[in-house]
Design a protein around this ligand. Sequence first.
Ligand SMILES: [Zn+2]
Length: 275
Amino acid sequence: MIAHADRIAALALISGLGCAATTSEVATRGPAEPVITRPQGPPVERREEPPPTPPPADDEVRITFVAPSGRTEVLTWRHRSRSVGSPTRGSLRDACCLPESGPGFVTTSENRCATDETIRLLLYAIGEVMREFPSSPPVVIGALSRPQGGRLKPHKSHRSGRDVDIGYFAAGDRPLRTFANLRADEIDFDKTFYLMAALIATGRVDFLFVNYKLQPRFIEAARRLGYDDEQIAYLFQYPKGRKSRTGLIRHARGHLRHFHVRFACPRGDDECVPD
Ligand SMILES: [Zn+2]
């Protein structure tokens, strides 16, 4: 099966990067975390999450969560990078960088560095999409951060290794090489939302920035995937207005050709500032 092969290749890539590496999909070390169980979809109870715990002494991080597929996933990686300061003022130390392309993705930017956690979770989510949509062309990844972080024009954020721009998938499995000017009816909302859902399910995402105009279409996709009203109200800013400070999926200007993921501060990065 192509999708399975892609996933294995994605995992091999992670090991090959020399950062965000895993010894195996099931960790043998590190403290266990409680499994967050829910039928599918977003972790609606995240807001009551206990305070972050420091990473294990051997720098292995392990998270357990239920993916949109319904499977319980255990992800592990080495936590060696440091996100310092805020996404709009901070910097990055000991970054992990994506290659120009890999299984399930192509990139458009030379700025492909981030925290170990960002890279690990991004590649995990791409692998999930490739498994669910085996005939999909690669996703287009835009800017992450510079190797040492800091200012990255023309972006306001992207400075501390926690931001990633990701192109919307085109309908009909049309391959893209760049962020394309897609009309709303040319966007594959189901596949793109699946990618968003895989990212969110990790419990390590603070925000996704999506133009308000497109949010109703993503809500429809969420309903098709089985999300209920409560989950949708937790996830989406729509219909409360584009200035409302609700929802994990928020409006930001632009974001008609791509969405932006803001990952949470990695646990143990004491100098990381959420926003
Ligand atoms: Zn961005």
